[in-house]
Write a protein of this length. Structure first.
Length: 286
């Protein structure tokens, strides 16, 4: 089988923190230089873990023809541990996991910066994709604003899923009290949202962004934890700042905050956006 050929070609290295084992995939799916690669980083949020992004990574493996992915785990002692493999495929996949499940946004941002910086120095990729769920989405937006003058590769495509950009229900936001104007501007802005808005010009102009939000279709107009208004409010900040901005709405049970990252339609939208040429030739099942 084709996948067996992948696994048999894995190059094993001595397990050292300074080394990351490399999986050499078949020639048809491999690139000649790591500078041609576009890795995708998956970032979970508050009270998340590897399970948060596991189905997203698995679905991306199918589309990118990769039997492996790299996991970067930040432990309780603020040390990064790499496990799994860096692939020679066009689109290597990297899952970020934080042992501290109560990690705040600014700390997520700091680790995203360090891991992307570390891997870009190792593999010299020229651009990358990123996917963030919940506070991971907020952290990615903040990171991209704050890293405008850092020597990092520019973002290519960014997927934001269930991001509480203008407050969380019962924490700076309540259902149906913060309507969006026709242009997407929220009636009320939290301090964090206002900071993001005032610094929007620092966000990478060449980025392409997909924002996924949920509505469980009850009277609350929320995904249970984040209001539709809060999740969609990022449009007002980014729509005129980036090369492309699009939205996808997940509804009913598929639109619940903790289910969106596993929902088949959300995964399909994510992969079609991140890997448009590959996803077109290998669509996910509905």
């Amino acid at each position: 089988m084709r996948e067996m050929g992948f696994w048999q070609s894995i190059t094993h290295h001595i397990n050292q923190s300074a080394q990351i084992p490399i999986c050499k995939v078949e020639t048809i799916d491999s690139v000649t230089s790591s500078t041609d690669q576009i890795p995708t980083f998956f970032v979970h949020g508050f009270r998340g873990g590897n399970y948060t992004t596991q189905e997203m990574v698995k679905s991306a493996q199918i589309v990118t023809h990769s039997p492996v992915f790299l996991r970067a785990t930040v432990d309780w002692n603020s040390k990064i541990h790499y496990s799994g493999y860096w692939s020679t495929a066009k689109y290597p996949l990297v899952q970020l996991v934080f042992k501290d499940r109560w990690i705040p946004t600014n700390t997520i941002e700091r680790w995203v910066n360090q891991i992307i910086n570390d891997l870009s120095q190792r593999y010299h990729f020229q651009t990358y994709n990123a996917v963030g769920h919940s506070l991971g989405a907020v952290a990615l937006v903040n990171f991209l604003i704050n890293s405008c003058k850092r020597p990092l590769p520019p973002i290519n495509r960014l997927v934001l899923i269930a991001g509480p950009f203008d407050g969380v229900v019962a924490l700076g936001d309540l259902p149906n009290i913060n309507p969006l104007a026709a242009n997407g501007k929220p009636a009320f802005m939290t301090p964090r949202y206002l900071w993001t808005y005032l610094n929007r010009s620092k966000f990478p102009a060449t980025a392409r962004v997909l924002n996924v939000y949920g509505n469980i279709n009850d009277s609350s107009n929320t995904d249970k934890y984040v209001s539709v208004s809060s999740a969609r409010s990022i449009k007002y900040i980014l729509q005129t700042q980036v090369q492309e901005f699009s939205e996808y709405r997940a509804t009913g049970s598929s639109g619940e905050h903790s289910k969106m990252h596993d929902d088949s339609q959300v995964l399909k939208q994510m992969n079609q956006f991140l890997f448009p040429q590959l996803a077109a030739s290998l669509p996910l099942k509905k």
